[in-house]
Design a protein around this ligand. Structure first.
Ligand SMILES: [Zn+2]
Length: 848
């Protein structure tokens, strides 16, 4: 039984049964009056017209003007509490949205003469109390005094002091609601005005023995708003953010912190051991739930308190069973850690007396918001002193199932999404739902064009929802991403339903793998993972098995990290953005142990599907062409993504994090074999750069129409921008191959085995982009590509970020290009113009 849900009074008693709550306060006050006439009269006067929300911190709210007083008991002084801030509702543009987890910190309540201070503590450092150094633990560490409030009345007899609650809750002292202006912010983008003291008000107060929650409606005024507006904002001048402050009692229990290891991926609180002489003086606390066996002797036991999930009553009925099953699927992983029934799932009743934002409940929430920041998000909040997870939610967005499409997101990786959200999200942000939605749209389009039967679509959607829930619930258990997990099976095994059902489609549901649609309908296995994979089971054992408190056992478990099915690499390791990270096995949107072969298969598939689009979507009488257009952009987006996957081989370096002497480990860095890199280059030449790569299937382009809505073509015309689309895919890959980090690594890694030099890579690129039509007419896709490539070579010449080896290669290739294109004798007008353009660019670059 979860004790956190037992304390269910407070708001109900105070809010609904108004008179009862009031008289309770008065009774308490008159009882106090008997004991201390003078001391309480002042105290009593201060709260006489107030409702009391009694709990960890008692909040008195004045019934005449809504202001609050906070009661501090003497025994609360100098004690630590946990603060947790949660956006209850907001506008995405301002970095707030329903269910966004914000600050999570430790604070102390202190008395300074006639004032009460709330002081945030720095939890980044650890000092062993036995070391004399611990006496200097405060050296050069700045605490943050968040609030200092005058004691307005005191009940000396009972040791209670009253301070102004407005200074704490109606301010931004505990959590900065309005984001600081960012230098990267574009002029004219949305921004909040000034906090209105008059309009900002309490929306809800709840107090329980273990936590006190105050929900505030912050209103920001900007009378002459200049910034961009949002449909979600009713009037741009007045914007409301609903925000919840929670003060939480520091848990006193036998929870034992568990320290992080680089071979497993958990969210964590980083802590430095300040008295250690170690090269890695880390005591990084992984985030995990406090699970205790009912029967500690038993190999398998139910926990004393399971992790209880509630499906929010806003969840569409038809999804609830799948959500429940997917959440409970994690119990398999906990069994490896010694726990049965670790997770329970219940449904929030329609007439529940608590709301989903209540931190005492872990809720699988469902919303459909205007600009969904994700399809799913699984945050948790912790005790920063120990890493114990105290609560979590999973936010799900209806957009996950919709066919809405934001074409500007086709090439946007989630970095763009992060930028849109600013600093709101810190480390826990997950764009998996967004990633899934793109994959779902691809999968659905593929099924449509390949003529799959109706029941296949519902099976597909069920697997997709299962995958989403598995992933987001995985986050709430403490797991971070594992972008290497999709390398588990060979391309030959990847469509085996048997393997997917027993072992898993990938090693981990924490990967962003691609939807596994088979190009052969008769050989369709699982589209997505339907259960935690071998890595997930191992990671849960690492995090939760009580036996791992034993150092030797911990080492035994960790020594397995070299097993291929336990491969792990997180967001910092993955190569999703151009120039980022080093190991091509750690990539999003890839699949199988041969991601290049798989990507080529995807590209072939998108080509075939593209040819079937007009026939499948263009014949739906009585409909506009919007769906055809969405399907086309989805296919092109997938195709571009797969070209990106292929490109990561070039200049790639496999990294191994096995510890020294660990069985199965290799040296940390091994360059990708030259043959593999060259193979990747030849596929890029064929599928991305070749003259015919995009010039076929012209017929579909004339159907790509958006359904008109109002005046929505004012900012851009409605005709399809085919050349921009194609060039976008091509430059995405050039951005990676010609990135200073990639080019430097190609050269550096030659010292430890790389045999594909910058000179060779650029020569092969130049050949791929220029050779085939060097003596003939150049089509317009190639004209764009050739100029873009030439401009990038010129850019390297003048770049501070590139090394001299890259500059020399750039210079040489520019000379080669001029030579190759110099003899275009019989060319048509446009090719002559294009060639003259290239020559001018090169000549100018050579002069300067
Ligand atoms: Zn995620």
């Amino acid at each position: 039984m979860n004790t956190r849900i037992l304390f269910r009074y407070g708001l109900i008693a105070c809010g609904l049964l108004f008179t009862v709550a009031c008289s309770t306060t008065q009774n308490a006050a008159s009882a106090q009056q008997e004991t201390s006439e003078k001391g309480t009269s002042e105290f009593e006067k201060a709260i006489e017209k107030s409702i009391a929300y009694e709990g960890l911190f008692t909040v008195y709210q004045d019934t005449t003007n809504g202001s609050t007083k906070l009661a501090i008991k003497e025994d609360q002084l100098d004690k630590e509490y946990i603060y947790f801030g949660l956006s209850q509702d907001g506008v995405l543009e301002a970095g707030h949205f329903r269910g966004a987890y914000r600050d999570n910190k430790v604070f102390k309540v202190r008395k300074y003469y006639d004032r009460i201070e709330f002081v945030a503590q720095n939890t980044n450092y650890y000092f062993d109390e036995d070391s004399p150094l611990s006496r200097a633990a405060e050296a050069n560490i700045s605490e943050a005094t968040l609030v200092s409030a005058k004691i307005e009345a005191e009940d000396k007899e009972n040791g209670i002091m009253l301070i102004d609650g407005n200074a704490i809750f109606l301010s931004e002292n505990f959590n900065q609601i309005k984001p600081s202006p960012s230098p990267a912010q574009r002029p004219g983008s949305f921004s909040l005005g000034s906090l209105s003291r008059e309009k900002t008000k309490y929306s809800e107060i709840r107090s329980y023995p273990e936590n006190t929650d105050v929900v505030v409606e912050y209103v920001y005024d900007s009378p002459f708003s200049m910034g961009a507006t949002s449909d979600a904002v009713t009037d741009n001048r007045f914007v409301t953010i609903r925000f919840q402050h929670s003060f939480i009692e520091m848990p006193e229990n036998d929870y034992r912190s568990r320290y992080d290891d680089p071979r497993v991926g958990y969210f964590m609180t980083e802590t430095d051991d300040q008295v250690s002489t170690d090269a890695t003086p880390y005591r990084d606390l992984i985030h995990r739930w406090h699970l205790v066996k009912q029967n500690p002797e038993a190999e398998l036991s139910d926990p004393v308190e399971p992790i209880v999930w509630w499906i929010e009553n806003t969840t569409p009925l038809e999804f609830r069973e799948t959500i429940k099953e997917a959440t409970l699927a994690w119990n398999e992983a906990f069994e490896a850690a010694g726990f049965t029934n670790a997770i329970e799932v219940k449904v929030q009743p329609d007439d529940a007396e608590w709301e989903a934002g209540d931190i005492r409940y872990n809720v699988l929430r469902w919303t459909s918001s205007p600009i969904p920041p994700f399809g799913g998000y699984g945050p948790s909040f912790v005790n920063p002193r120990t890493g114990q997870i105290l609560g979590a939610d999973v936010m799900l967005e209806w957009v996950f199932f919709s066919n809405r499409m934001r074409e500007q997101d086709i090439f946007a990786d989630d970095i763009a999404m992060r930028e849109r959200l600013g600093e709101a999200m810190n480390g826990s942000y997950c764009t998996f739902g967004h990633h899934m939605q793109q994959n779902n749209q691809f999968g659905m389009s593929a099924l449509h064009v390949m003529g799959a039967p109706e029941e296949e679509f519902s099976e597909f959607q069920k697997e997709a929802l299962t995958m989403l829930i598995l992933h987001e619930v995985g986050h709430t258990l403490g797991l971070s991403h594992n972008m290497q997990a999709s390398t588990l099976h060979s391309p030959a095994d990847i469509h085996s339903e048997e393997l997917a059902n027993t072992i898993g489609l990938t090693g981990s549901v924490m990967d962003y793998s691609t939807v596994n649609v088979s190009s052969d309908r008769s050989n369709q296995g699982r589209y997505y993972d339907i259960k935690p994979g071998p890595y997930d089971i191992w990671a849960i054992e690492f995090g939760y098995n009580p036996e791992l408190d034993d150092e030797d056992y911990r080492e035994d478990v960790l020594s397995r990290s070299t097993e291929p099915e336990l491969a792990f690499g997180n967001d910092a390791d993955d190569m999703r953005s151009p120039g980022k990270a080093i190991d091509p096995r750690v990539m999003i949107d890839d699949m199988s142990s041969d991601p290049v072969a798989y990507a080529v298969d995807r590209i072939e598939l998108t080509g075939e599907l593209k040819n079937g689009l007009v026939e499948k979507y263009g014949t739906r009488e009585g409909q506009s062409y919007q769906e055809l257009r969405n399907a086309f952009f989805t296919l092109m987006g997938r195709r571009a993504t797969q070209a990106g996957v292929i490109s990561r081989q070039i200049g790639g370096v496999y990294r191994d994090r096995a510890f020294i002497g660990q069985d199965g480990g290799s040296r940390p860095f091994t360059p990708v074999p030259a043959e593999k890199q060259k193979e990747a280059m030849s596929y890029l030449a064929e599928y991305l750069f070749a003259p015919e790569a995009y010039s076929s299937s012209h017929d579909v382009y004339s159907y790509l129409q958006i359904q008109r809505r109002g005046f929505n073509f004012f900012s851009s015309t409605e005709d399809p921008k085919i050349h921009d689309l194609v060039l976008g895919a091509q430059t995405n890959v050039l951005n990676h191959l010609m990135h200073p980090a990639t080019m430097k690594r190609i050269t550096d890694s030659r010292t430890y085995g790389n045999e594909y030099s910058v000179a060779d890579v650029t020569a092969d690129l130049t050949a791929a982009i220029f050779e085939e039509d060097a003596d003939s007419n150049v089509n317009t896709f190639r004209q764009n590509l050739q100029i873009a490539y030439t401009e990038r070579l010129i850019g390297i010449l003048g770049s501070d970020a590139h090394d001299r080896i890259a500059k020399s290669a750039a210079l040489y290739n520019l000379q080669q290009i001029k030579e190759m294109t110099g003899a275009r004798g019989a060319a048509n007008n446009e090719t002559r113009a294009h060639t003259a353009h290239i020559h001018l660019l090169i000549d100018k670059a050579m002069e300067s």
